[in-house]
Design a protein around this ligand. Structure first.
Ligand SMILES: Cc1cc2nc3c(=O)[nH]c(=O)nc-3n(C[C@H](O)[C@H](O)[C@H](O)COP(=O)(O)OP(=O)(O)OC[C@H]3O[C@@H](n4cnc5c(N)ncnc54)[C@H](O)[C@@H]3O)c2cc1C
Length: 304
């Protein structure tokens, strides 16, 4: 059975606008901006903020949100098609207000947050005045949250968190982390954990190092995936996000759409790399002819 991923003509017009905007205005920024998550970088702010305004005027800002949060409420197919284009450029998601992990974090704050949590964390996050981190994965348990060990225990009216998290992306730039932590080690695997809002400057919260992936060099301290230690980190009870023991359900709420958007951005990224390969083959001459004339190059492109 074949699936039809075509969209309605009106939304296709928006996709065409996004495609041209990303190619012309956003892709060049990837050569200049170190990371779109560093809100203290003046170059980043000078270049990104005007483009964010254009996207807002076009009503394409934070499209992952439902109408109750000011978003258009697009379904997953439209969001997937949009994210495929945004994947072409590193800065594109930030310019469209859909950068991970802030998207998923804003979704769970919207679903489960108290009015106070929404005011303090969600509203500035949606305006990209702050960035956030999602701190779930542990060194010994990545795809298997049933073996997480980071623990929170109630002491008076505060939760005390101890443990280590791995791959906490953007912890170094974040104003707050959402940590998934064991609150009931004896409970059933799906009710053992809870989510906590942890301000970045809470005493005891330490980034051991920033792991670099792909082109991020740890030697130049360009890594963005935090290896984080929680050493007697104290947060008030009101920092519990969602029900106590409800961490698994809260996590699924953010990961559901996020998985698809992430995959579509990767698909867009790969398409861009393929386009670059073809451009190179058509522009570089060696041994008296274009690369595109070489049989092996043709074969590599065909294989790709
Ligand atoms: C770029 C990047 C950013 C990330 N950002 C964050 C973040 O911000 N916050 C955060 O908490 N985590 C983050 N992660 C971590 C991510 O959630 C984990 O990498 C993921 O959960 C997989 O865990 P793992 O890498 O330990 O792989 P493992 O759990 O060791 O799995 C290794 C491989 O085993 C196979 N496998 C595992 N389970 C099964 C199964 N049930 N059935 C069949 N095969 C299986 C799969 O091929 C899998 O890829 C990030 C990861 C990356 C790569």
């Amino acid at each position: 059975m074949a699936w039809n991923f075509e969209t309605d003509p009106q939304f296709q017009q928006e996709l065409d606008w996004i495609d041209e905007f990303v190619r012309e205005e956003v892709e060049p920024l990837d050569f200049i901006i170190k990371t779109p998550y560093d809100l203290n970088d003046p170059v980043r702010n000078e270049l990104i903020k005007p483009l964010q305004k254009l996207v807002q005027q076009r009503k394409l800002w934070a499209c992952h949100l439902g109408p109750e949060l000011g978003g258009p409420g697009y379904g997953q197919v439209k969001l997937a098609l949009m994210n495929e284009i945004l994947g072409r450029a590193k800065c594109a998601s930030t310019i469209f207000g859909t950068q991970a992990p802030d998207t998923g974090n804003s979704e769970i704050l919207a679903h489960f947050g108290t009015p106070e949590q929404k005011e303090k964390y969600l509203e500035p996050l949606l305006r990209n005045e702050i960035v956030s981190c999602y701190s779930m994965t542990e060194p010994q348990g990545g795809a298997d949250p049933k073996v997480f060990r980071t623990r929170a225990e109630l002491d008076g009216d505060e939760w005390v968190i101890n443990g280590e998290k791995w791959f906490s992306s953007n912890a170094r730039y974040a104003s707050f982390l959402i940590a998934m932590v064991v609150t009931d080690p004896d409970g059933s695997p799906y009710h053992q954990q809870s989510m906590f809002l942890v301000p970045r400057d809470t005493p005891g919260l330490e980034i051991i190092r920033n792991i670099g992936l792909g082109t991020e060099s740890e030697a130049e301290d360009r890594g963005s995936h935090g290896y984080v230690r929680y050493d007697n980190v104290r947060v008030p009870q009101k920092n519990l996000l969602g029900p106590c023991g409800g961490g698994f359900v809260v996590a699924q709420t953010r990961l559901g759409g996020g998985r698809i958007h992430h995959a579509m951005r990767t698909s867009g990224r790969v398409q861009r790399i393929f386009d670059m390969m073809c451009e190179r083959a058509l522009s570089r001459t060696t041994q008296g002819e274009l690369l595109s004339q070489k049989q092996m190059v043709q074969e590599m492109i065909a294989d790709s």
